[in-house]
Design a protein around this ligand. Sequence first.
Ligand code: SAH
Ligand code: SF4
Ligand code: F3S
Length: 455
Amino acid sequence: MARKVYIRTFGCQMNEYDSAKIADLLGAAEHLEPVATPEEADVIVFNTCSVREKAQEKVFADLGRIAPLKRTNPNLMIAIGGCVASQEGRAIVARAPYVDVVFGPQTLHRLPELLAQRRASGLAQVDISFPEIEKFDRMPAPRVTRATAFVSIMEGCSKYCSYCVVPYTRGDEIYRPFDDVIAEVAALAARGVKEVNLLGQNVNAWRAPIESVSAAGGRVEADFAELLACVSEIDGIERIRYTTSHPREFTQRLVDAHTSLPKLAAHVHLPVQSGSDRVLATMKRGYTVLEYRSIARRLRAARPGISLSSDFIVGFPGETEADFEATLRLAEELNFDQSYCFVYSRRPGTAAAEFADDTPQAVKLDRLYRLQGRIDAQARAISEAMIGSAQRALVEGVARRHSGDLAARTENNRIVNFPGEARLIGQFVELRIDAVLAHTLRGEAIAREPDARAA
Ligand code: SAH
Ligand code: SF4
Ligand code: F3S
């Protein structure tokens, strides 16, 4: 019987991406097949997140729940990766001695070796180092299961916002080489992928040397706008997204790309965090509200109708009611679409951990509900305005609930369920929007784009 691996993923899309790679790696190196429950597994992998305290505590609570499985299966291996692993390292083994392997986001490619060493030595293995770009070099070719794929273009973060653990858990920014990104996208396109989402903590910081085609020769640097232009040239790729961008390096060249590259989705996730300059300064975000507004205005001029979404932190140390109201006003003024709002969570080791966290929890929660309520209402209004319109959407698979229906994603990141045949999966369809439900839209296919490949 084939041996099995259970992978649980916490946190962001970087972790989702890494978990897919871990599954591929363990499939190739150890012939492990993925399973849906920890009880069936021979190897359990937790890919963890430490961005907020709650996320981190959830990891240890869930770990405690799987520990007893070792009694029924003494050969069971438990491996902890991701950002908690990176931050806590050996302390995890001290707190949870049944853990066999601890690996970081930059050493996940070493997981098969670490498991082998653990079996050979009987000792827990910990490797949370940052071995430069090695991670990108040692990955198996991506497996394609859907019409859309993530492509990691950078690792880490060098921004050091005062509240955030990511630079500590994932290391400084490293950009994936130009040729690697292009080769991966081309390989995905050749296997039928129609949409790529270029992934990283601050994708618009990406830059990399390329061979110059100028008469003078030599090497020049490409920036993110140029990477987008090159990805857009790849046959078969019809829609391009990127997550997450940062206001600090949002250049005019990138704004202009939204005019010149029709394949770029008319949707940008651009976290603002706060609408108060004073708070933005103590967060060390490196931009003002005015600068953020200017990016939003230029993006909307570059691509009319573009949808903007954001992340917010409420209850940051020192945030007053007036600061918060400035955030509310900004959210309303820029008419943000579906966004994420978080209560500030103090993270040990970050600069803000030293600030007096003086806002009572009840006040923080009240701000969270007010802001989330405002944004949810805006997102709902945007959805309702789509009723009767035609939307180009990529069919991602069968609908979760309505059996027999398909689910497709619009440019502005909404799921539309509609009746259709399974052969449409992986195709772009033209949908008319009929209704807005709690989390999805309903629609009907009005046309299907001819599939170049099938011709
Ligand atoms: N690199 C991205 C976001 C990475 S983390 C950016 O800078 O925009 C995702 C979101 O988690 C952040 O945008 C922020 O809103 C939230 N976040 C990060 N650290 C947090 C903390 N200590 N407390 C609460 N929310 C936090
Ligand atoms: Fe964290 Fe700031 Fe980096 Fe985003 S830009 S990952 S919030 S340090
Ligand atoms: Fe969490 Fe690490 Fe992502 S802390 S949000 S998993 S980068």
